[in-house]
Each structure stands twice: as C-alpha cells, then as structure tokens.
Design a protein around this ligand. Structure first.
Ligand code: SF4
Length: 221
C-alpha cells in the first residue's frame, strides 16, 4: 500500500485527514456544491483528452466498477514501449505510490506531463499536484522533459497551457521528502490526532470538519 496523488495532497493539508480517509471515511461530509465542482472537473478533463489529436486512453475498470490500477499500469507500460504519442490517464506506481497523468505526450527523447484543471487560474495546489506526478513518473524510469497545467482558454481559445516545469521539479523534491512518512501515517493503527486550526479550511474546507470539531473528538489524543 502506498500514497496516491490525492492522499498526498490531503495528507499535506492535514495528517489526520489522510488517516481518516483510510480508516473512517464514513465520517466525511462532502458539500453538494463541492461534489458538483468535482463532477464538472471530470467533464472538462474528458474534453481535453483530444487536444493534441489522436490518443489512447488507459482507464480500465474492474467488474465492480472500481478502477483497475494494475491493468492501467500494465497498459501504460505497453503503450510507452510501443511508442504511442499521446497517452491519457497514463498510470504509474513507484514503491506503491500511485498517480495517473491526465495527458502524457511523447516528445523528442522524453515525455511531457499535462495536468488538466477546470480552474480560472493557476494555483499553488496545481503545482504541488504536478510535482507529485513528476516524482512518481520519473522514479518509474520515464524521462520527463517538461510539465504543463491546462486551464480553460481565454479570448475564444479552448485551452490555456501553462509551463510549470521549474516549480514541478522543486515540488517533486518536496514530495520525495514527505511521501514515505505520509505512508506510515496512513497505515498506522492508532487514530492520528491533530489539533483543529487553519488547516481545517485552507486551502480547502475539510470534509471531516464536523467530526473533528465535535466535543467528543476535539480533545481526543
Ligand atoms: S477537520 Fe481539521 S483537524 Fe480534522 S482532519 Fe480536517 S483538517 Fe485535520
């Protein structure tokens, strides 16, 4: 068991959030407007898959409807070996740490990572997100030449592509320094206690807000 991109981003906001995701997911409350935003983000991502023309998509589901990670990782490897130019949802795993790249594009002597975000502007969270992908993909032996974030376009353009290669490289080192500790926290048996504070609403409102702020759980240690 390792850390996924979502685990990492949530765990860096709050260690307790990561632990609760794995051990007490029934305690989370996702506001309807957030769920709607997540769904819209998926639609935008699906639309962007064809932005470079023909592509292959790696997404594979098991019979029960959950993502088949092993199959996706295997298929990604096969597509890379056969020289595919554009691989969408390209899946990688290093020491159990997992990520799927929205668009992996072949370039001269390496690859480019494109992370698609349905957001009006580039944020620090986007850079961290790409940093995590760069860390895993590079550790899997793929040479990453450049990283980009794809945002909705302006002035009639469909997309705006922002080069984030330099910050993604810096953040990939930050990922390296934290990912194994987060994995230990995720797997520990005893509940992780973190005092409530600014991290409960920044950068995102936490879905365990009610749980952690209840009298019963506020003082638990
Ligand atoms: S409510 Fe606050 S303390 Fe509790 S998991 Fe969320 S961020 Fe962490």
């Amino acid at each position: 068991m390792g850390i996924s991109k979502t685990d990492f981003m949530r765990g860096m906001q709050c260690r307790r959030m990561l632990w609760l995701d794995r051990n007490r997911p029934e305690k989370r409350v996702i506001p309807p407007e957030i769920q709607e935003k997540l769904d819209k983000g998926n639609e935008f991502g699906d639309g962007a898959m064809g932005m470079f023309g023909e592509y292959v998509e790696v997404t594979a589901l098991k019979e029960d409807g959950r993502l088949d990670y092993s199959r996706m990782i295997k298929d990604t490897k096969a597509y890379i070996e056969s020289g595919e130019s554009v691989i969408c949802e390209a899946a990688f795993s290093y020491c159990g740490h997992y990520c799927a790249v929205d668009i992996l594009r072949k370039a001269d002597r390496g690859y480019e990572i494109y992370e698609v975000k349905n957001s009006p502007e580039l944020t620090e969270q986007h850079l961290k997100d790409v940093g995590f992908q760069r860390y895993v993909v590079t550790r899997c032996g793929v040479r990453v030449l450049r990283c980009f974030v794809v945002l909705p376009g302006e002035d009639g353009e469909d997309y705006r592509i922002v080069n984030v290669s330099a910050p993604a490289k810096e953040y990939s080192e930050w990922v390296r320094d934290n990912v194994f500790e987060l994995n230990k926290i995720k797997m520990q048996k005893q509940e992780v206690f973190v005092e409530t504070g600014l991290q409960c609403s920044q950068p995102y409102e936490c879905w365990y807000y009610e749980y952690c702020h209840s009298e019963e759980n506020k003082t638990k240690e």
